[in-house]
Write a protein of this length. Structure first.
Length: 335
């Protein structure tokens, strides 16, 4: 089995091959992400601690973290996952591919390891050499982390520059990456301006909202006031109408009472005449002649109604009977 061992601190990588099955037996059933003592692979790795980061089987299928089997399986993969390149499928498409489980078995051909702890002896070509980084970090925070800087330190002085290949007849030059997320006075002023614009916009929107709410409230108040005035006006008209109806009803009742009183008086007149007839014969002619003309004018103003005055004329014909009684009383005078 081959081992690709990398040293992140020194920036180096080297491949070692171990064919002893007794040594390889210590690695069986281990998973990706686990660490083991390097002494099981040989005395030269004594004191080293290795972390398993990947591998592939004899047919070239890569090991996939999370697949807890020591065999090969077919999974539906998305572009960018282990075992499926991005350029091989369309954007958003998935494809079923074969991958190897994360448990080490006898069919594994290559294991990828990184040194998590160095041993006593230096490994030739791996830990005895330091390869400088060709490209340094670009982000300001990562540069500070790499050189252990404070926020007050100028990050631009610690950028790692690299020298590209020089062509014949041209001068050597160096290149440096553009620092990302670097806070400069210009950027700070732009941020302050952006915050001020957002604040002004927020204040303006708040004022507009308040004026709009005031306008809506004013309209609501005026609408309610208009409704109330219309309601009061309608109530006033209804009250006037009811008063007119009550007055009309009282007028009708008054007329009916006057009419009933008049009818009552007309009924009482004949009874009064019948009561006057039993008087003595000597006084009867004088009483018969005098009361007839006097009673007629007195009954007219009491029983006469303002509107029904013409109707009283035909009923007043009752006194015509008085002259008929006069000749009967006149007989003794001729004798």
């Amino acid at each position: 089995m081959k081992f690709n061992i990398a040293s992140p601190i020194h920036g180096t990588q080297k491949q070692f091959e171990v064919d002893d099955d007794k040594k390889l037996a210590h690695l069986m059933d281990k998973r990706l992400g686990q660490t083991f003592d390097g002494g099981v692979l040989g005395d030269q790795f004594k004191g080293y601690q290795f972390k398993i980061t990947g591998g592939c089987d004899k047919q070239g299928f890569p090991m996939m973290q999370g697949v807890l089997v020591n065999s090969r399986v077919r999974l539906l993969l998305t572009p960018g996952q282990i075992g499926l390149k991005v350029y091989r499928v369309r954007a958003g498409a998935r494809k079923r591919k074969s991958v190897r489980g994360c448990i080490i078995g006898p069919d594994i051909a290559v294991l990828n390891l990184i040194i998590s702890q160095e041993g006593e002896e230096k490994l030739e070509g791996l830990t005895d050499v330091t390869v400088p980084r060709r490209y340094g970090p670009k982000r300001a925070d990562k540069i500070r982390k790499l050189f252990n800087l404070d926020k007050k330190d100028d990050v631009r002085k610690f950028v790692i520059r690299h020298t590209p290949k020089v062509k014949e007849g041209k001068k050597a030059r160096t290149k440096a990456p553009r620092i990302q997320r670097l806070l400069t006075p210009v950027k700070l002023s732009r941020q302050r301006r952006k915050v001020a614009v957002q604040k002004a916009r927020r204040l303006k929107s708040r004022e507009d909202r308040e004026t709009y709410n005031k306008t809506i409230h004013r309209r609501f108040v005026l609408k309610n006031r208009h409704k109330r005035s219309r309601k009061l006006l309608a109530m006033k008209f209804q009250r006037e109408k009811e008063l007119m109806q009550i007055a009309h009803q009282k007028g009708l009742e008054r007329l009916a009472a006057a009419k009933a009183a008049k009818e009552r008086q007309e009924k009482e007149k004949p009874q009064a005449k019948k009561a006057a007839k039993p008087a003595p014969t000597k006084v009867a002619p004088k009483a018969a002649a005098k009361p007839a003309p006097k009673e007629a004018p007195k009954a007219a103003p009491k029983a006469a109604a303002p509107k029904e005055a013409p109707k009283a004329a035909p009923k007043a014909a009752a006194p015509k009977e008085a002259p008929k009684a006069a000749p009967k009383a006149a007989a003794p005078k001729e004798a």
